[in-house]
Design a protein around this ligand. Structure first.
Ligand code: NAD
Length: 382
């Protein structure tokens, strides 16, 4: 079959779902590959590099959708792209089916199979296809780089002939995949790093990465039970949240950089860094809010913008951190896609076997045989 990747059309999106290397691997599965001209340009992959890897370069998106049996892309399809799908064709991309009802119905109506990369179950066997994690890892890293770029001082403490420089103090709120990547990056740059998460079980991971876990004095029995929600954070109780805010308020004047990543599935981001905390921070401090797309963890975040407050605190609400490292994200995302194709091509003979009995494939498939197949039944194996 032919796997085709169009150029992303979302404004500012620089990633691409196929790289010359991933195309080489896809061909080893017995598939042919095609790409829309210029699709890899902003991620650093030229048409010539694809051609050298045996990829057919197609002139337009319309032509690409026509020749491809499987369309692999990054962002959820636009309405125009869904209209281009046809019966029997497969689309693999982020899709966010929970908030894209209409597109989902249209894709089902077209008879196309949609594999949503954001729906890959987060079980060990599927880690190689877990694009949410591979992108979150990049976002966490890039958040620290962005913070450094907006912070007028060193991360690491130094004693120089020109004077003694104190190390920067970084607080990471939320220690999921992005938060842990941010912790690792900040500590490796020499900052003193603190981290907080509502799931106490991550304290060990935080400490193993060289950061200090910010403990709250709280009766254990009142802590939210992460195990009951598949590892994700349940919403905190008002009492717990009050304690958390009290702690943050206490440390705000001493923290130079705050990186927030706190999310609860299917809910707006909890507001954890309030106006008065921003006002208590020193001039020159930086807040990077990775939860901006879901409303932000900081009360003053403006989505997709950088704002500087009256007291000189920079607050960044960009939502495109992976796209800002397009070469790296494209490489990892294309590898996630390639692994998905490997599972969809069990005989490595260029023939897709869409096995709806397979937990991972079933979990990620949101339309199939003219039906909407979202939400999936709970996975059998954990
Ligand atoms: P996420 O992006 O959904 O959330 C980020 C973090 O914010 C989470 O750690 C969450 O506990 C935390 N959080 C929520 N509310 C908070 C609050 N009020 N204050 C502070 N922190 C708060 O998380 P994620 O990176 O997608 O990871 C979530 C879970 O999924 C973790 O348990 C992770 O280990 C697990 N996971 C498993 C796999 C796998 O097994 N393949 C892969 C990725 C993630």
């Amino acid at each position: 079959l032919k796997i085709g990747t169009p150029k992303e059309i979302h404004e500012g999106e620089r990633r691409v779902a196929m790289t010359p290397d991933s195309a080489t691997a896809l061909q080893k599965l017995g598939h042919e590959c095609a790409i829309e001209t210029g699709a890899g340009h902003e991620a650093g992959f030229s048409d010539a590099a694809y051609e050298a890897a045996g990829v057919e370069v197609v002139k337009t998106a319309a032509a690409l959708f026509k020749v491809a049996d499987v369309v692999a892309k990054v962002r959820p399809p636009t309405e125009t792209e869904v209209k281009r799908l046809r019966k029997g064709q497969t689309l693999i991309s982020f899709f966010y089916p929970g908030s894209n009802d209409e597109l989902l119905a249209q894709a089902a109506d077209k008879g196309a199979t949609v594999v949503a990369m954001d729906m890959v179950p987060r079980i060990s066997r599927a880690q190689k296809m877990d694009a949410l994690s591979s992108m979150a890892n990049i976002a966490g890293y890039r958040a620290v780089i962005e913070a450094g770029n907006n912070f007028g001082r060193f991360f690491t403490g130094q004693v120089t002939a020109a004077g003694k420089v104190p190390p920067a103090k970084v607080l990471v709120v939320g220690a999921g995949v992005a938060g842990l990547a941010a912790i690792g990056t900040a500590t490796s740059l020499g900052a003193i790093t603190y981290a907080f998460d509502v799931r106490p079980e991550v304290a060990e991971q935080i400490e193993s990465m060289g950061a200090e876990f910010v403990f709250l004095e709280f009766d254990d029995s009142e802590l939210p039970d992460g195990a009951a929600t598949g590892g994700y954070a349940p919403p905190s109780s008002p009492e717990f949240q009050a304690k958390q805010l009290e702690k943050f308020r206490e440390i705000a004047p001493d923290i130079d950089i705050v990186i927030t990543t706190a999310l609860i599935p299917n809910r707006p981001a909890p507001v954890l860094w309030t106006r008065d905390m921003v006002e208590a921070m020193k001039p020159g401090s930086v807040i990077i809010d990775l939860a901006a797309e879901r409303g932000g963890n900081c009360e003053l975040t403006v989505m997709d913008e950088k704002v500087v407050t009256d007291n000189g605190v920079t607050i960044i609400g960009y939502t495109d951190f992976p796209s800002r490292m397009a070469a790296q994200s494209s490489t990892l995302y294309a590898t996630n896609i390639r692994h998905m194709m490997t599972d969809l091509t069990p005989q490595k003979d260029g023939v897709i076997y869409h096995n709806m009995e397979d937990d991972v494939i079933r979990g990620a498939t949101v339309t199939h045989d003219k039906e909407v197949t979202f939400p999936p039944p709970p996975p059998k194996i954990q």
